[in-house]
Write a protein that binds this ligand. Structure first.
Ligand code: IGP
Length: 261
C-alpha cells in the first residue's frame, strides 16, 4: 500500500465522520458561502512572477517543516511579498493543517486561496466554500475521469476554480475537460516522493493552451522558474522553500524580487 493509498483510505473515514458532525445545510449557511472572490487563473495569466505560496507545517516526505509560525504571520508575509495565490493545507493527519487554518487565512487576506486537500467527495467542496476557499485541488492519481467530471462541475457551480493535478501523460489525458481552470503538474510523485522538475517540462507540450499551466513542488530557485516559463508555465506552487526558513514571508519577498530583477 502506497502512502497515497493510506491517505485516501483515512480521508474516506474522516469525510464520513465530518458529514455526521456538520450537516451540509450548516456549511451552506456560512457567511462565506455566497462570497465571490478574485480569480487565481486570471491573476496568474497577468503576472510576471506567478508565485502561489503554500502554508505547510509538515508532510509525509519531510516530517516537520515548520511548526512555529502563526497562520496570520505567514499569510501576511506572503501577501506583502506579492504572491498571486496562497495554498493552505487542510489535511490534519499527514500535513498538520486544518479548515481553521483556511478560515484564518481568509480572515487575513483577499488574495485567492487554494484549499490543498485530498478531495474525494462533494461534501469537501461545500467545506471549501464555507471556509473561504477560491480554488480547489483535484488529484488525478486518486480519481476516475467520471469523478473528476462530477467534482469539477459541482465546484464550478459553487463558484470555485479548479486546479487539476497530474503527474504523468496518462493522468493528463484522462483529465482534460472544460470544467478545469488550471492544470498543475506535480513534480513530486505522491507514491514514491521522487522529485524532478523534468516532469513539468516533459508534460508541457501536451497541455492545451486554454488551461493555465502550473508547476508544483520541489521548486527552490529562480532559475528553475525561468526555465519553466519557457515551457509555458505561468504558475509556480512553492511550499517548503519558504516554510523551512526563519520567516516565510521574507523568503517569498526576496525570491520574487530576484525573479523580477
Ligand atoms: O513544498 P514544495 O515541494 O514546494 O511543494 C508544494 C506543493 O506543490 C505540495 O505541497 C503538493 C503538491 N500537490 C500536493 C497534493 C497534496 C499535498 C501536497 C501537495
Amino acid at each position: 500500500m502506497t502512502i497515497l493509498d493510506k491517505i485516501i483510505r483515512d480521508k474516506r473515514q474522516e469525510v464520513t465522520l465530518r458529514k455526521n458532525l456538520i450537516p451540509t445545510t450548516q456549511l451552506e449557511s456560512s457567511v462565506l458561502f455566497n462570497r465571490t472572490g478574485t480569480s487565481m487563473a486570471e491573476l496568474l495569466r497577468n503576472s510576471k512572477s506567478g508565485i502561489i505560496a503554500e502554508h505547510k507545517r509538515r508532510s509525509p516526505s519531510k516530517a516537520v517543516i515548520n511548526q512555529q509560525f502563526s497562520v496570520f504571520d505567514v499569510i501576511t508575509g506572503y501577501e506583502n511579498a506579492g504572491v498571486c495565490g496562497i495554498s493552505v493545507l487542510t489535511d490534519g493527519k499527514y500535513f498538520g493543517g486544518s479548515l481553521d487554518d483556511l478560515l484564518t487565512a481568509r480572515a487575513t487576506t483577499n488574495i485567492p486561496l487554494l484549499r490543498k486537500e485530498f478531495i474525494i467527495d462533494e461534501y469537501q467542496l461545500l467545506e471549501a466554500k464555507a471556509f473561504g476557499a477560491d480554488v480547489i485541488l483535484l488529484i488525478a492519481a486518486v480519481l476516475e475521469r467520471k469523478e473528476i467530471q462530477q467534482l469539477s462541475t459541482t465546484a464550478k457551480n459553487l463558484g470555485l476554480e479548479v486546479l487539476l493535478e497530474v503527474h504523468n501523460l496518462e493522468e493528463l489525458e484522462k483529465s482534460l475537460m472544460p470544467s478545469i481552470d488550471l492544470l498543475g503538474v506535480n513534480n513530486r510523485n505522491l507514491k514514491t516522493f521522487e522529485v524532478s522538475i523534468d516532469t513539468s517540462k516533459d508534460l508541457a507540450s501536451a497541455i492545451p493552451d486554454e488551461f493555465v499551466k502550473v508547476s508544483e513542488s520541489g521548486i527552490s530557485s529562480t532559475e528553475a522558474i525561468k526555465e519553466l516559463q519557457n515551457y509555458g508555465y505561468q504558475g509556480f506552487l512553492i511550499g517548503e522553500h519558504f516554510m523551512k526558513t526563519e520567516h516565510a514571508g521574507n523568503a517569498a519577498t526576496s525570491f520574487i524580487q530576484s525573479l523580477q530583477s
